[in-house]
Design a protein around this ligand. Structure first.
Ligand code: CAA
Length: 389
């Protein structure tokens, strides 16, 4: 990995990146294939990641976090995802979709109560926006929250919740005023033990199999009114703002997958011989290596740029929607491109479960889908460029 000349990494950045790399090699690499096969949630390693500060990297120390910056976050996430994308997405959702949103929109009490255990890794946080009939069109939700005295009563069905089966706390979006459509959506913080919150079936998935995903069913689930995040009607904007941060995390996850697939392929292309020479010496393979490397480095630049824009936004309040979408779009399509070429160059062994290449291929696909599909990223970018509302 090369340092970026225009944004040289500080000694702290390098220390964190190296710590994440060492941890991933020592603790995650030996179990990654086994957990992918079984689909079991890696509780023990996630807890250890919390102890090292990886589950709340940008969260201030007073709420249990490591109090580092947005660049530190993507550096660590890339290293974890390079070894296992399942650990990567659990870390990303915990940091971005959960902690970041509460940090930005929560009250002091909410931060203390809902961030501290999650940023320190003792508990797991999740984010629940999608519903069976509303994925890309996130504003079309049907789940309802009705105010009843000092409580809200939640009813509805949510889907594709990362860490849904295991999370201790959730940021959940519900309709409080259906007449107002998007402007009638409100965000809530829900303790996973609340009566009336039922975890649905765990999704059987193609990739990131050690990351648990499920539906959530709310049946007269009563929560205190003080658990409302932001004001009534602010939920859609909160959801979108939080996704800007989330998309940078998924871009870093995709970069990790691409790097892992690329490094294995570069080595294989130098060793494997066919027709009397290493296959890398054939221009057909060499050009693929060139494209893989170039796209990876371009992704890295977009991700660092988005992370710096996010950091800047903490003082200026300036949105970084465009930077986040470009990083997510390019890095996820790069992960898929690189993983695809990696399987092709490895041939039969790339298709075998004996090597992690096929896992990179299966894991890469979701990065083009969750936290906004590539089509949604293109929509966000083109609307921004063309000034279309
Ligand atoms: N930040 C702040 N505000 C934003 C915003 C952002 N990034 N994006 C939109 N808004 C605001 C707009 O300014 C607008 O406000 P006003 O009405 O006051 O002007 C309001 O929100 C509505 O915006 P749009 O008109 O652009 O809304 P839209 O209905 O056209 O939708 C969209 C826009 C980009 C398509 C959006 O719906 C979207 O991002 N969809 C994809 C959803 C998604 O990523 N889902 C993934 C869920 S998480 C997940 O994958 C599971 C997991 O656990 C990992």
């Amino acid at each position: 990995m090369t340092d970026l000349p225009i944004h040289p990494l500080s000694a702290e950045h390098k220390m964190l990146r190296d710590a994440a790399r060492d941890f991933a090699q020592k603790e995650i690499a030996p179990i990654a294939a086994e957990f992918d096969e079984s689909g079991e949630f890696p509780h023990a390693t996630i807890r250890k990641m919390g102890g090292l500060g990886f589950m709340g990297i940008e969260v201030p120390e007073q709420y249990g976090g490591a109090e580092m910056d947005a660049l530190a976050y993507v550096l660590a996430l890339e290293e974890i995802s390079k070894v296992d994308a399942s650990h990567g997405v659990i870390m990303s959702v915990n940091n971005s979709l959960y902690c970041h949103g509460i940090l930005q929109f929560g009250t002091e009490e909410q931060k203390k109560k809902f961030i501290t255990p999650v940023a320190s890794g003792e508990a797991i946080g999740a984010y629940s926006l999608t519903e069976p009939q509303s994925g890309s069109d996130a504003g079309e939700m049907r789940s309802r929250a009705v105010r009843d005295g000092d409580s809200y009563v939640l009813n509805g069905r949510k889907s594709w919740v990362t860490s849904g089966p295991v999370a201790d706390y959730f940021v959940v979006f519900m309709m409080t005023d259906p007449v107002k459509k998007q402007k009638g959506i409100t965000a809530f913080l829900v303790d996973g033990k609340t009566k009336g919150l039922v975890r649905g079936r765990k999704e059987p998935k193609l990739g990131i199999r050690a990351s648990a995903t499920s539906e959530l069913v709310f049946e007269d689930c009563r929560i205190p009114a003080e658990n409302r995040l932001g004001e009534e009607g602010e939920g859609f904007k909160i959801a979108m703002t939080v996704l800007d941060a989330g998309r940078i995390g998924i871009a870093a996850q995709a970069l990790g997958i691409a790097e892992a697939a690329y490094e294995a392929t570069r080595e294989y292309a130098g060793q494997r011989e066919a027709f009397g020479q290493p296959i890398g010496a054939f221009q057909g393979t060499g050009f693929k290596i060139a494209d893989m490397k170039t796209r990876i480095e371009a992704s890295r630049l977009l991700i660092y740029n988005a992370a710096l824009a996010k950091e800047n936004s903490k003082t200026t309040g300036r949105r970084y929607t465009l930077e986040a979408s470009m990083a997510k779009l390019y890095a996820s399509e790069t992960a898929m491109f690189v993983a695809h070429q990696a399987v092709q160059i490895h041939g039969g062994v790339g298709y075998s479960r004996e090597l992690p290449i096929e896992r990179y291929f299966r894991d890469a696909k979701i990065t083009e889908i969750y936290e906004g599909t590539s089509e949604i990223q293109r929509l966000v970018i083109s609307r921004s460029e063309l000034g279309i509302k």
